[in-house]
Structures are given as C-alpha cells and as structure tokens.
Design a protein around this ligand. Structure first.
Ligand SMILES: NC(=O)c1ccc[n+]([C@@H]2O[C@H](COP(=O)([O-])OP(=O)(O)OC[C@H]3O[C@@H](n4cnc5c(N)ncnc54)[C@H](O)[C@@H]3O)[C@@H](O)[C@H]2O)c1
Ligand SMILES: O=C/C=C/C=C(\O)C(=O)O
Length: 486
C-alpha cells in the first residue's frame, strides 16, 4: 500500500502528530493508500518554507530562468505521463481515456501556457500632461503576491490543481497546496517532479488532510498566506472567505454550478446528443461545468430523449484500466449516498425515470465500489429541488421548451452562473442566447473546449473572479504604478 507524506520544503515528511488517514478506491472500496494528515505544525512549516523560498533563490531568478524551469516541469509531467495517469485513475476510478485525453495532458499545458503568458503580456503605460508642460509618465509593473494557498477538490484533481499552481509559480509566487482528502496522489507525485527539475525547495509544498479543523482550515486561516485560490463547493467557499477576511487576504473562487444545456430544433442532432451526453456524464457527472438541466425545443424533444437514453444505456462499467470501459464510479461512498438521495428525491418530486435511477448490479468486488447508474429524468416541475440544487452526479433532467425567451428565463432561473452549452445552427441566435445567459462561460456547439488564454469562472454563487490568461496574472500578482515626473 502506498504511503503518502506531506511535501514540505522539498522533502516528503511524516506528520508530527503521527495522524494518518486511509484513501479507499472508488472502484471496489479497498484501501489503496495511507496518508499523513497535516496539522497546524505542518501547515506552519509549509507556509514558512514557502515564505523563505520567496526570499531565496526562487525570488532571485530572472523571468527567463523561472519560465524555463516551468517548461521543464511540463516536460517532466509528459515524461512521467503514465505515472500520473495511474495515480489519478487510482484516486478517482475514472476511465483511462479520460485521463490520457483530457485530464493529465492539461497538467502539462497548465505550466506551459502560463510560462508563455507571463513572458508575453505587456503592462500598462500612460503619459499625462502637467501644469509645467513637462508631463509625466506612468507605467505599471507586476510583483508576485507572495505565498498562495491552493485548495483543491477531488473531481479533476491534477487538472484543477495545476490550473492554479502553473500561473501562481509563473508569476513568481510560492504555493502551499491542499489537495482534497479524496485525491492525495497526483499532488504528491508533482513534488517528485519539482525536485527532479530543480525547482528550489519551498516553492511547491503540499499539506494533506481534510477541511474543517484540519489542513484546509489551518492553511486558509494562516496569516502567512497572502492569497487563497479555491475550487470546490459554494458552502466551503463561504467558510474560506470568512477565514480570508482576517488579514484582508484576496480570494479567487471557482465554485459549484447547476448548468443548463440548451438544444434548439435546428441543431446538428447527432452533435447535440453527443455534446449533451458528454456534458452530463463525463467523469460520472462530476464536472463543475456539467449540465444537470437540459432544455430541448419541443419538436425534437422525444427524439432527443430517446437518442440520449440509447447513449447512456450503452456505457460500459468497469475498472479504469480495462479495455473499452467508458464509465467510472463516483468518488466515494459518501458522495454516492448524496447522489442516491437525489435519485430518491427525483422520484418523490414526480420525475419520470427515463433510464437508470439506482445502483448497477455489478459482480464482486466492483459491487463494493461507489457505483450508481447514469440517470435521465423528465417531467419534474421547475421548482423541484433536483432542478435547483447541484447534485454533482451522472444525471440530468430533460424538459421541453417552446420559445427562445422561455428557455433563456429557464436557464437563468438559478442562483448559480458557471457555464452553459447551446446547440443551434442559427448563428444569430447562438450569439444572442450566449449573450443573455447569466454565466461566466458559454459554449456554442461545444462543451469543455478550453483555450487557456480565455477568462474562466462563474457568476452568482458559482464564483468570484476569473482565472485564465491575463486574468490569472491579475490574481497572482500585485500591480504597482510608477509615476515619473519628467
Ligand atoms: N467552478 C469550478 O471551476 C469548479 C471545478 C471543479 C469543482 N467545482 C465544485 O467543487 C465541488 C466538488 O468538490 P469537493 O466536494 O471536493 O468540494 P469541497 O468544497 O467539499 O472541498 C474542496 C476542498 O476544500 C477543502 N475544505 C473543505 N472545507 C474546508 C474549510 N472549512 N476550510 C478550508 N478548506 C476546506 C476540502 O478538504 C477540499 O480540499 C462541486 O461543488 C463542484 O461544482 C467547481
Ligand atoms: O470540474 C470542473 C472542471 C473545471 C475546469 C477547469 O477549471 C479548466 O478547464 O480550467
């Protein structure tokens, strides 16, 4: 069984208290790793190591040297691709092709793209006139913000962690990462990569553990942390924001969603069915950008529901590494309980179960894992809790609509505002609807198509701030204006 330690100041170290916790496989519930839980002492050591790294060799590197190191991190992730794929599959149980085609390559890209970005983004400059006629010149510079706390969820652990660590380091900061207790492995593996390419000690630290009264809370409350970037549930974001208020630390939040998919009758039918299938069921629906509410224009409704049902019923359950497997378990037994409670609630609230709705009948030892059936409902009222609350599971409700205004209102009838996916071949309508849905990210005839230079984040309860491209630089640097009287 793997022993996973905290990674502090370039070294893997056991927790001082000796506290450890178990990581179980979502596939069959066996224990796959023992993890050292960081307490206040380890968090303090990690923050101090990060602080002294800022003042040490790391802080003295030129931009060229620093970005060169980050390209080497990306290259080394690619060289150790299979190790990352294996670790992330062990943690999440999701299929091999999801790791190799989507989640792990993004880890390398997250370092490359932000190394490029920091080299290529210009700073502002303004010339002004002065009463003496000689004028003044203003220009801005960027400095690292300092020690950044990176608090991560479990659903796409390596992608989401590096999405923050990449730009934070590119901007010259140091980081203390708190991975989810459900997915400790790839953050630890990245520590090995950092050492192997010579990233100075203390630049990248990992404290393992839980949220409340554990590593997450200790880290976000630590006054040595200058800013906090967090991806996870809206409720947790509220707790972290309170912690950040003490000491006036900046936050960047990517939170939950209850995203709408909008399918017009003039869409490319096969592409739309495929797109909605992916957006609702990729990663067993555990994607913040996923669509749990699907609205289909009435003339196509029945045909669409049948086509989506056929795709859902064709998924292949199994171990992530097994040939042809397309569908994995939920992350944990605890999350399964939550998702199954919504499956029950959908029935109670009057849903028609088109397919799924329960636990699949799998042979041992898979029968011990956190499996649920991918599920489609119709017929729920718009105010049902299943329509309002984020489930974060492999399920969607499909509802017919008649007019563009109606569907825009339905899509916007939520406290969240992360993303939407719109399917139509009418260009004018596509732009119009994309401009009316109250979200941070609108996709047309696509979903989860990511250009890392673009702003990414959510409106409403889905987040605070944007990351991506220059927006990441805004968060991870302090901007200084220099005004020179000529
Ligand atoms: N908007 C996005 O980009 C995005 C991306 C992925 C996931 N998500 C959201 O993440 C959620 C699923 O992830 P999750 O269940 O891991 O989220 P979570 O909020 O339960 O946990 C996220 C992290 O916060 C830590 N944490 C929990 N309580 C804390 C506290 N009081 N103080 C400090 N840290 C604390 C956890 O240990 C974990 O590392 C979903 O709501 C999903 O929508 C959003
Ligand atoms: O589950 C959420 C996925 C989020 C994706 C990103 O943050 C990204 O693509 O940068």
């Amino acid at each position: 069984m793997r022993q996973i330690e905290n990674f502090i100041n370039g070294e893997f170290c056991a927790s001082i208290s000796g506290n450890r916790f178990e990581k179980r496989s979502p596939v069959d519930n066996t224990v796959i790793a023992s993890i050292a839980e960081a307490g206040e002492a380890e968090v303090d050591a990690a923050v101090k190591a990060a602080r002294s790294a800022l003042r040490g060799e790391w802080g003295r590197l030129t931009l060229e040297q620093r970005t060169q190191m980050l390209y080497e991190v990306a290259d080394q992730i690619t060289r150790r691709f299979d190790d990352f794929v294996e670790a992330e599959m062990a943690d999440t149980g999701q299929p091999h092709h999801v790791m190799t085609h989507a989640f792990i390559p993004r880890g390398a890209a997250n370092f490359k793209v932000f190394a490029d970005t920091v080299k290529n983004v210009a700073n502002e400059s303004f010339q002004m006139s002065t009463p003496d006629g000689r004028g003044a010149l203003n220009y801005s510079t960027r400095s690292p913000k300092g020690v950044i706390a990176v608090v991560c969820p479990w659903n796409a652990p390596f992608l989401l962690m590096t999405w923050k660590v990449g730009p934070a380091l590119a901007c010259g900061n140091t980081v203390v990462v708190k991975p989810s207790e459900e997915t400790p492995l790839t953050a630890a593996l990245l520590g090995e990569v950092m050492n192997s390419v010579g990233i100075p000690k203390g630049v990248y630290n990992v404290v393992q553990g839980f949220g409340p009264n554990s590593a997450g809370e200790f880290l976000t409350r630590h006054q040595g942390v200058n800013a906090i970037t967090f991806t996870g549930e809206t409720r947790t974001g509220t707790a972290i924001m309170k912690a950040a208020a003490e000491g006036m630390r900046d936050v960047s939040f990517e939170l939950g969603g209850k995203n709408a998919g909008i399918v017009f009758a003039d869409c490319d039918f096969d592409a739309a069915v495929d797109g909605i299938f992916r957006s609702s069921f990729l990663n067993s629906g555990q994607v913040c950008l996923g669509t749990e509410r699907v609205y289909v224009e009435r003339p196509m409704f029945d045909k669409f529901v049948q086509a989506l049902k056929a795709k859902v019923e064709a998924v292949k359950f199994g171990r992530p590494q097994d040939h042809g497997v397309t569908y994995g378990p939920l992350i944990s037994q605890e999350h399964r309980k939550k998702v199954l409670s919504y499956y029950q609630r959908a029935k109670d609230e009057g849903a028609t179960v088109v397919t799924g709705g329960g636990v699949p009948d799998l042979p041992a030892p898979l029968s011990e894992g956190a499996w649920v059936e991918p599920t489609i409902w119709t017929g729920l009222p718009d105010d049902a809790s299943v329509i309002k609350e984020e489930i974060f599971g492999p399920c969607c409700h499909v509802r017919p609509f008649d007019t563009e205004d109606e569907v825009v209102n339905l899509a916007n009838d939520t406290e969240y505002g992360l993303s939407t996916t719109i399917w139509t071949q009418d260009l004018a309508r596509a732009h119009r609807v994309a401009g009316r849905v109250e979200v941070g990210v609108a996709w047309v005839n696509s979903w989860f198509l990511r250009d890392l230079r673009t702003p990414f984040g959510g409106a409403g309860q889905s987040g605070i701030g944007r990351e991506g491209g220059v927006h990441s630089l805004e968060f991870y640097t302090e901007t200084r204006n220099v005004c020179v009287k000529l």
